[in-house]
Structures are given as structure tokens and as C-alpha cells.
Design a protein around this ligand. Structure first.
Ligand code: AMP
Ligand code: GLY
Length: 407
């Protein structure tokens, strides 16, 4: 955003020590909708990009539009694409969008009966927002029943008041992005994330331990299929139903033997997918998002991306994805960034003058190269120059593509 010629002044709420170099940080939390609206009015803000899902689901974009301020991000009604898995599955059913077979359940007894109709493994999902943790892939019927009981017993709070039971799909996963202004929609690149905490894709699921872009498994032909069968019908259906989608659609896809199928939607740029997309994006990002927010994507300059690959390695605090260790000192960012590496901040804070860890995923060490193999080597050179003793990372980000490039 700060690099956009159209952006004269950038504020971030609440921001962190990384974005503080490019934006003026204001101490308003993302769920303080009234506080954000008051700030926008007081500073005559021209345009708001809503990053995370919680304020979108809470209606921040609607509130901004009500006061006449363009917002990049869906209304609360359209943000149900991320806020309710059952909503998205029903939309797929109405619009014949390929996705896993499913049944929505509102009680444990009903869910146990429904479960009998599914093969094992089976996927059990809490309907609402659960910070990426509300999905259980059950390898046995007992595990599936336990997951159902946990969800209805409140393991994910109100997110688990409804549960979706889904057929388990087999294939490679990839992420696809598109920008929508409510009627027109344009492709915005692809990426591949690494969800498990450990090398070799083992251990618990996380928000993402590293990513690269583009994802070569999503060939041009597959991207066309995804746009035609998944993205465009989603945008058209939401528009026809009076809840147009404005913002970025982040489609989590399973590339199955029958073609790409939708796993889920996010209504925001992913973390760490956004970091690799931004390393490759060329042009005026703020102007493009503004065009989406004001219904003028059809006449906007189409997005252009570098042909290089970008790869990012997440540095997490020890303990993540359980309880991360807070307050660990971080040094060496300038060294790590020498030679074209970019270190994005996620959960960082300042303790006096020392940069410290303040969350689960702390930094994203990001590099580009002519191949995933080269981008990976550069990113890990950066990682190795960081001095963050209470942190860790996966050492194999990009392994699928590195193996394919070696063939
Ligand atoms: P989600 O939060 O919906 O993206 O799910 C988290 C992860 O669970 C996905 O990235 C997939 O690895 C896996 N997953 C979710 N749904 C399915 C499914 N129906 N079949 C196979 N894997 C799934
Ligand atoms: N990395 C996946 C997400 O942001 O949800």
C-alpha cells in the first residue's frame, strides 16, 4: 500500500513495529468498530482496506459504506463466505460449485446419525470462525464422534453451535485469489501454504508456516476452470441474491482427480499468502483495491505480477500452535534483509527499544528467485542471519515444488 503512487498517507490500526516504518499506527483494535468509524470521520479518511475477517463479519465494511467511505472488504452478509462454513456449502449447492459432499447439523444426536452415511476418513468442521482450528480430519468413527461431541460441548465456543460433516477429498491443495467489485471479478494469483507445524507436513495444523507463489500445480488451464466453475458463480450468485461481494476471494482448493474443488473461502488475503503475492505484485495496489471498492474493476489497470517466484518462511515463537512464548528478543533483521530478503512482521511488539515476539507467528522471512529452489535458498539465508532464540521455523518450505524442479 505504501508503495502505491495513489496513496499519499497510510494509517494502520493497530499496526506493529514492522508496518510502523510505512504507516502511522493508531492504537485502535480491529474489533473496535465504533472506534474505527470515529477515527475515519475525524481524519477524513478516503479509503479503508479491511484486512482481517473478524471486523468484516462484524459489519465494518457496511458501516463505512453507510458513511460514504469506500471500503475494500465484503459486507457482513457476504463475509459469511468465511464466517459460516454451512453458508458457503449451501451456496455451492445452489450454484453447482464443485465441493465435498456435506450435511449441516445443529445437534450431537443428529450429527452422529448423519455420520453413519459418510466413509472414513471424514471431516468435521465447526461452522463459525475458529481461527483456523475448527477443522478435524477424523481417521476413525470414534474420533469423528469425539470431535462432534467436543464441538457441541463448546470446544470452539459459539463457532461450534452448528457443525458441518464433509466427505474427505484427496488431492494436492492450492490457494487461488480473485478481486471482486460486486459484479466483475479478476484473477489475482495463486500460492501454496504449509499448514502443519512440522517438517514433512507433520504435527498439528497452524495458520500457515510458509508459502510460495505462484503455485505451478495450478496451471493456466486449471485457473480457467477455477474462475469459470468456482469464482464467477460465487460472485454472480451473491450479486443475484442482493449481497454482492466486494473484496478479495481467497479460495482454498483441492485439486482432485475430478478437477479443482472448493475446500473453503476466506474473505481476506491470507497470512502468509499475502506476503508472497505482494513480493510479486507490480503496479498501484491501492488504486486496484479502490477500483474494486468503487465498482470500477472493469476499467482498472489489470494486475501484473513478476515472473519470479516468491517464498516466505514463518518464524514462530516456541510453543506455537499451542501457547507461544511471549517476549523473546529478536535481533538481526537488518542483516537478514541484506541481499534482497524482506522480513515482514506479524506478532511483534516493542519492549522499550527491543523488538520482541508478541504472538504465535512472529516474522515472515521472504525472498524471490527464478525458481522456488532459488527463492527458498535465499529465504533461509535470511532466516539463518536472524537472532531469535525463542523462535523456530520449518526448514522445508517449498518442498513439493523443489522436488518437482529437481526432476
Ligand atoms: P479449512 O480451515 O476449511 O481450510 O480446513 C483446514 C484444512 O483441512 C484444509 O487446508 C485441508 O487440508 C483440510 N480439509 C478441510 N476440508 C477437507 C475435506 N473435505 N477433505 C480433505 N481435507 C480437508
Ligand atoms: N494461511 C491461511 C489463512 O490465512 O487462512
Amino acid at each position: 500500500m505504501a508503495q502505491s503512487p495513489s496513496c499519499a498517507k497510510l494509517y494502520a490500526a493497530p499496526g506493529n513495529p514492522g508496518i510502523e516504518l510505512y504507516a502511522e499506527c493508531v492504537p485502535i483494535s480491529v474489533d473496535d468498530i465504533d472506534g474505527l468509524i470515529a477515527f475515519v470521520k475525524a481524519h477524513a479518511i478516503d479509503f479503508v482496506v479491511v484486512g482481517p475477517e473478524a471486523p468484516l463479519v462484524a459489519g465494518l465494511a457496511d458501516r463505512l459504506r453507510t458513511i460514504g467511505v469506500p471500503a475494500f472488504g465484503p459486507s457482513a452478509a457476504a463475509a459469511r463466505l468465511e464466517g459460516s462454513k454451512g453458508f458457503t456449502k449451501d451456496l455451492c449447492a445452489r450454484a453447482s460449485i464443485p465441493t465435498a459432499a456435506y450435511v449441516r447439523c445443529t445437534g450431537a444426536e443428529e450429527a452422529r446419525t448423519v455420520l453413519e452415511g459418510f466413509a472414513i476418513p471424514v471431516v468435521i468442521k465447526a461452522d463459525g470462525l475458529a481461527a483456523g482450528k475448527g477443522v478435524i480430519i477424523a481417521e476413525t468413527r470414534e474420533d469423528a464422534e469425539a470431535a462432534i461431541d467436543d464441538m457441541f460441548d463448546g470446544a470452539f465456543g459459539s463457532a461450534g453451535a452448528e457443525v458441518v460433516i464433509e466427505e474427505f477429498m484427496i488431492g494436492e491443495e492450492a490457494s487461488f485469489f480473485a478481486l471482486s467489485d460486486g459484479k466483475d471479478v479478476i484473477a489475482f494469483g495463486s500460492a501454496q501454504d504449509h499448514k502443519r507445524v512440522g517438517d514433512g507436513d507433520v504435527g498439528p495444523n497452524t495458520g500457515g508456516m510458509g508459502a510460495y507463489s505462484p503455485a505451478p500445480v495450478l496451471t493456466a488451464e486449471l485457473e480457467t476452470q477455477v474462475m469459470d466453475r468456482i469464482i464467477r458463480p460465487t460472485v454472480a450468485t451473491l450479486a443475484a441474491e442482493g449481497t454482492p461481494y466486494v473484496g478479495v476471494l481467497f479460495a482454498g482448493l483441492m485439486l482432485t482427480a475430478e478437477g479443482p474443488k472448493l475446500i473453503e473461502y476466506n474473505c481476506r488475503f491470507g497470512d502468509p499468502e499475502c506476503q508472497v503475492l505482494m513480493m510479486r505484485f507490480k503496479g498501484d495496489f491501492a488504486a486496484l483495491l479502490h477500483a474494486a471498492a468503487t465498482g470500477t474493476l472493469a476499467t482498472a489497470e489489470p494486475p501484473a505480477f513478476s515472473r519470479d517466484y516468491a517464498l516466505t518462511v514463518v518464524m514462530a515463537a516456541n510453543g506455537y500452535p499451542g501457547t507461544p512464548e511471549k517476549g523473546g528478543a529478536i535481533r538481526g533483521i537488518a542483516d537478514a534483509e541484506a541481499g534482497g530478503v524482506r522480513v515482514f512482521h506479524a506478532g511483534t511488539a516493542r519492549d522499550d527499544r527491543t523488538l520482541v515476539a508478541a504472538g504465535g507467528r512472529v516474522l515472515n522471512v521472504t525472498a524471490t528467485g527464478k525458481s522456488v529452489t532459488v527463492a527458498k535458498a535465499r529465504a533461509y539465508t535470511g532466516v539463518d542471519k536472524l537472532d531469535f532464540p525463542s523462535g523456530f521455523c520449518r526448514r522445508d518450505i517449498g518442498w513439493r515444488e523443489v522436488a518437482r524442479e529437481a526432476e
